[in-house]
Write a protein that binds this ligand. Sequence first.
Ligand code: CP
Ligand code: NVA
Length: 307
Amino acid sequence: MTIRHFLTLRDLSKNDAASILSKAIELKKSHHSGQYSKVLDGITLAMIFEKSSTRTRVSFEAGMAQLGGSAIFLSSNDSQLGRGEPLEDSARVISRMVDIILMRTFSHANIERFAKFSSVPVINALSDEFHPCQILADILTFIEHRGPIKDKVISWIGDGNNMCQSWINAATLFDFRLHIACPEGFEPSAKLVQEAGSRVRLFRDPVEASRDASLVTTDVFASMGQEEEREMRLKKFKGFRVDHELMSTASENAIFMHCLPAHRNEEVSAELIEDEKISVVWDQAENRLHSQKSLLLFLLGHQTDQA
Ligand code: CP
Ligand code: NVA
């Protein structure tokens, strides 16, 4: 059987994505009524983290427990990976012992190398280039709040980073229009933008990018690994904060999302993120749990009606 990895959203067909999301909605209902089906009894997820995490770690670990399986947390600091054991060797060893592996790392090429040598599915739990797990939760959240995302305008304000690049992949997978506003020098990969065709447009002005948007979303100006650029970036991203004033230029019922952690009064105003009429960030964070449980079942080849 071919191993299904989830390294970017491009690993999913439109049908795969739709079935993962519809199963996620079912799993969310079961979770809220306290009903769990332990279909992953005996199944183990290894979680390799080379960067910090709250949401990703907790949602995958809790998700595995709720499905009857278990998760092993491996930080690169206290595994042999941190002492230089090659990724290729680690992948071959760990995948002989567990059923599925996630990895959060720096270069996306690390995850690709790891996946190449793994005999079980590998999930990208964030790389410098992509964060596809977050987008599954984000699309689920949009659908819950505003219905189908197809043909809607989604506005990305800020850095052309891993989140922005995953939104670009999502524009193709889910057929929406993505308007990106970023300062010069902080654009997403030109190749990705070009491949997405007319669905993705780049702007310099956040107001123009937000016009007609049903969703305005952003992320930190300095991502993990860019701590030394923080002061420089705060200057360059002046004018790219999402606040009530910017939201007023979007569609009338536009919502706000942020993958979190957020830096209040940097990329988003404190008032906006706390305004639960517009900001859906807590639902978005919760949906990591449901969408990833569904993703796990999908990658492990479980019939979607079993859990
Ligand atoms: N959004 C997200 O991935 O959060 P963590 O870094 O806390 O996992
Ligand atoms: N762009 C951020 C996302 C954190 C979830 C980072 O990579 O640090």
